[in-house]
Design a protein around this ligand. Structure first.
Ligand code: PLP
Length: 373
């Protein structure tokens, strides 16, 4: 297929020239968290979403291993066929209780939960109004749905209100999309204000809580989505909502119906992690202490979550700084468009419960040596 290869090679060369090419780096010995190994060298890493360090918690691992003994390695089928093992209902009850909703539904991933839910609920003649910075999978779900999509400036309530006033009346149903903690910026949405606007304009609110769980209380939205793969240290996604909405999704969310159920080990591990998240609040407190110390030392706005962006702007420059840090034994990912808006390439630092104050001091020194104040 020479023509196909030539076409994609040309596209890749363009991506390289714009500093946008992505590559996979295999990391080994992730057990040593927050130290990882790559090509035989050790790095101190600040780019994991396992904020509470539960991915390697012994109780979580024990729960996963026990589930494999009973249910095997994989679920074997869609949950609507023979893949619906009892661990699902137990985790769903726990998630619903945690979010203050009547019910919850576990999906194969957070990505699948968002695209499946949004595209099942909304359709042609409906309106979706999304914060400018919501995750790609909410936008993909909006596109799949066929509804009209309008974006409002990040966390800008005046702009959200003007979008509602301008567009709401022309559409049947309206869904507002935001995140509790924003994935690439680490700041929080003003959920009470958004919820009030949604009520005032006869609209529904859906909040993606992928990065908020364990760090803030996300309640009061019509729909809350999330992932089992960040603070819950496992793999999978979920939606929490009323009984009626969950019942509807079981029959209408295509990414739920036509995809195999999660392995019981992943579901059981996430459930155990949710229990620990609540019984060991000191984990989140430790992370936030480290985050606030870091932003103080670097003269950045006070941390609102374990996610701290250092905005560099230029793609190549962000890659160069990440490269220099790597030479110093520090692993941080340069995040570039389209993950973030053009001109806002950044180092995305994430802290976890397994980091120590000493390791964060090492990071601060290395960043300052690279010219980050
Ligand atoms: C990571 C992420 C997702 C996707 O979750 P997965 O379980 O990794 O598919 C969805 N939304 C946000 C905001 C995320 O950061």
């Amino acid at each position: 297929m020479p023509a196909l290869n030539a076409v994609v090679k040309e596209r890749l060369e363009k991506a390289v020239s714009q500093g946008l090419k992505r590559q996979l780096n295999t990391v080994s010995h992730q057990w040593l968290d927050p130290v990882l190994e790559h090509n035989g060298k050790s790095y101190l890493q600040f780019s994991s979403n396992d904020y509470l360090g539960l991915r390697t918690h012994t109780d979580v691992l024990r729960a996963a291993a026990a589930a494999i003994d009973i249910h095997g390695a994989g679920a074997g089928a869609s949950r609507l066929v023979t893949g619906n093992h009892p661990a699902f209902a137990e985790l769903e009850a726990a998630l619903a209780a945690h979010k203050g909703t009547e019910a919850a539904l576990v999906f194969g991933s957070g990505y699948l939960a968002n695209i499946g839910t949004i595209s099942a609920l909304m359709g042609e003649g409906d309106l979706i109004i999304a914060d400018k910075l919501v995750h790609a999978c909410m936008i993909d779900g909006a596109h799949l749905s066929g509804a009209k999509l309008v974006r409002f400036a990040h966390n800008d309530m005046a702009h959200l209100e003007s979008c509602l006033k301008q567009h709401r009346a022309n559409y049947t149903n309206c869904l507002i999309l935001t995140e509790s903690v924003f994935s690439m910026d680490g700041d929080r949405a003003p959920l009470e204000a958004i919820s009030a606007l949604a009520h005032a304009h006869d609209s529904w609110l859906m909040v993606d809580d992928a990065h908020g769980i364990g760090f803030m209380e996300t309640k009061g939205a019509d729909i809350i989505s999330g992932t089992l793969s960040k603070s819950l240290g496992s793999y999978g996604g979920y939606v929490a909502a009323s009984n009626a909405v969950i019942d509807y999704l079981i029959s209408h969310a295509r990414s739920f119906i036509f995809s195999t159920g999660l392995p019981a080990s992943a579901v059981t591990a996430a459930h155990e992690a949710l229990i620990i998240l609540k019984s060991e609040p000191e984990r989140a407190m430790h992370v936030m202490e480290l985050a606030e110390k870091l932003t103080g030392d670097l003269n950045l706005p006070k941390a609102q979550s374990p996610i701290i962006p250092v905005i560099i702007g230029d793609n190549q420059k962000a890659l160069e700084i990440a490269e220099r840090l790597r030479a110093e034994g520090i692993w941080i990912q340069a995040i570039r468009p389209p993950t973030v808006p053009p001109g806002t390439a950044r180092l995305r630092i994430t802290l976890t419960a397994n980091h120590t104050a000493e390791q964060v001091r090492r990071l601060v020194n290395a960043l300052q040596a690279c010219g980050v104040k």
